[in-house]
Every structure is written in structure tokens, then in C-alpha cells.
Design a protein around this ligand. Structure first.
Ligand code: NDP
Length: 244
């Protein structure tokens, strides 16, 4: 028995990268999972894999930019498991480009997924957690939530926003509900696939050469969940040694 066993954990953006690695890791520790993302075929495959390994998981197609979709996702978890212990607001996109490229659609998509998606996760889960008197919200920021580099102004702005939202939430509801931010450095995933700008894509190739496995972030998330109820891990920054 550990402090993850039997916990009901919801993961957004579980169809690849950090979300999928976290699902595998937490299922291996006995968590009961509800996985969400737009690509239901990927989630179905992951849920089968987890069940075959003896874990407990279910999935529901989810678009985090749509509050009704998020509410249905949280409701599905409650229906399946009776409560929710943790929501991991992990879904994110990173179409990097210089501001002067004026890729307004991509700016809006980052704002919609990376900020509104996190707010929607909070809006859907918080009332239930408050009525239960306990819960944990884990939000994915980034080292980009601490500093800005060229091409990453809007992405970083969304991750700074995640920091602000998480800190505000902690101050307001921290008595009963734990709030943790996980801020990864460069990690193996499909995140760079969302870059359409040719020069930003090229620059990212060398940056990503030193990426750490997504399992490293899964372990950090598991650490935050596994703490006893009177311990709230506010933030964990995880960087690959190869790419400081
Ligand atoms: P991936 O691209 O591998 O995963 C992103 C996930 O988000 C996918 O499962 C995708 O699923 C989901 N997603 C995107 N848009 C939506 C949407 N509208 N609704 C629901 N789900 C959506 O990248 P990572 O695993 O790297 O990203 C996970 C988080 O980690 C992100 O918040 C990212 O910003 C953060 N991060 C990643 C770093 C890295 O180097 N990899 C570094 C710092 C932070 P689908 O397309 O099926 O909907």
C-alpha cells in the first residue's frame, strides 16, 4: 500500500508524451485512472495496455478548450469511481514562432489549450473536490514558465499564467485542496510536432537532442501525489542534465 494506491486520478492530454508516461507510472502504483485527450484511438490502446498489465483505467475523448467536454470528462470519472482525488491538467501545445511572424491562430490556440484548458480543468473539478473536502490539482507549467527565449514569448506567457493560476488557487483553497505545479525542461514527447514555423522547428531539433524521458516527469508527478495530506508540494522543476 502506498499513498497513490486506489487514488482516482484524471489526466488530460494522456494520449502521448508526459501524459501517457504518467498514466503508465501511476497505474503501476495502483491509481485508478480516467484518461482524456482528443485522440480516442490512442487512449483506447493505452487503456488496454494498462488493463493487460493489471492496472485500472478508463478513457473519454476530451477537448480541454470546451468546458462542457471537460465537465463530461470529470463527471465520467465520478460516475466510474465515485470520487476524484487528483486532476492533472497536462494537455498543452507549443507552436513556437517569433512574434513578428504574427501567427495569431497559433497564439490563440496556445491560450485556449494551455490557459483555458487548465482553467476548465479547475472549474470542472474544484466544486467536487470542495464538496469532498479534499483533492489535488496538478498543473503542467514549464521552465518556459520561469524564463523567456526568442520564439517562445506566447508559449512562455501561457506557462507564466499557469504559475499564477496555480499560486492563486493554492492561496485560496490550499487548506483542503493541494495544488502542485510541475515544470519540466526539455522532455521526449510529441510537443515539438505542433511547431509550424520552419526556423523555430529547426532550432528546436538541437535543443531537443538532450531531452529526458517522459518517465522522469511521471516520477515527479507521482512524488507530489504520494505525499501525506498535510504536505503540499508547490512546484517541482525537472531538467535534463544534458540540456541545462
Ligand atoms: P505531447 O504533444 O506529447 O502531449 C500533449 C498532449 O496534449 C497530447 O496528449 C494531446 O492529445 C493533448 N492535447 C492537445 N490539445 C488538446 C486539446 N484541445 N484537448 C485535449 N487534449 C489536448 O507533449 P508533452 O507530453 O510534452 O506535453 C505535456 C505538457 O507538458 C504540456 O502542457 C507541455 O506544455 C508541458 N511541457 C512539456 C515539455 C517538453 O519538453 N516536452 C517541457 C515543459 C512543459 P490529443 O492531440 O490527442 O488531443
Amino acid at each position: 500500500m502506498n499513498d497513490i494506491s486506489n487514488k482516482v486520478v484524471l489526466i488530460t492530454g494522456a494520449s502521448s508524451g508526459i501524459g501517457a508516461a504518467t498514466a503508465r507510472h501511476l497505474a503501476g502504483s495502483g491509481a485508478r485512472l480516467m484518461l482524456g485527450a482528443r485522440r480516442g484511438d490512442r487512449l483506447e490502446q493505452l487503456v488496454s495496455e494498462i488493463r493487460e498489465a493489471g492496472g485500472e483505467a478508463d478513457f473519454r475523448e476530451l477537448d480541454v478548450t470546451d468546458i462542457e467536454s471537460m465537465q463530461a470528462f470529470v463527471a465520467a470519472a465520478r460516475e466510474s469511481y465515485g470520487c476524484i482525488d487528483v486532476i492533472i491538467n497536462n494537455a498543452g501545445v507549443m507552436p513556437l514562432s517569433k512574434l513578428e511572424a504574427l501567427k495569431l491562430d497559433e497564439w490563440n490556440r496556445m491560450i485556449d489549450v494551455n490557459i483555458r484548458g487548465v482553467l476548465h480543468g479547475i472549474a470542472a473539478a474544484l466544486p467536487l473536490m470542495q464538496s469532498q473536502g479534499s483533492g489535488q490539482v496538478i498543473n503542467l507549467s514549464s521552465i518556459g514558465g520561469h524564463s523567456v527565449v526568442p520564439t517562445a514569448a506566447v508559449y512562455s506567457a501561457t506557462k507564466f499564467a499557469v504559475m499564477a493560476i496555480s499560486e492563486g488557487l493554492r492561496q485560496e483553497v490550499g487548506g483542503n485542496i493541494r495544488v502542485s505545479v510541475i515544470s519540466p525542461g526539455v522532455t521526449e514527447s510529441e510537443l515539438a510536432d505542433t511547431i509550424t514555423d520552419a526556423s523555430a522547428r529547426e532550432a528546436m531539433k538541437s535543443f531537443r537532442a538532450g531531452a529526458m524521458p517522459a518517465e522522469a516527469i511521471a516520477r515527479a508527478i507521482a512524488f507530489a501525489i504520494a505525499q501525506p495530506p498535510d504536505v503540499d508540494v508547490s512546484e517541482i522543476i525537472v531538467r535534463p542534465t544534458a540540456s541545462p
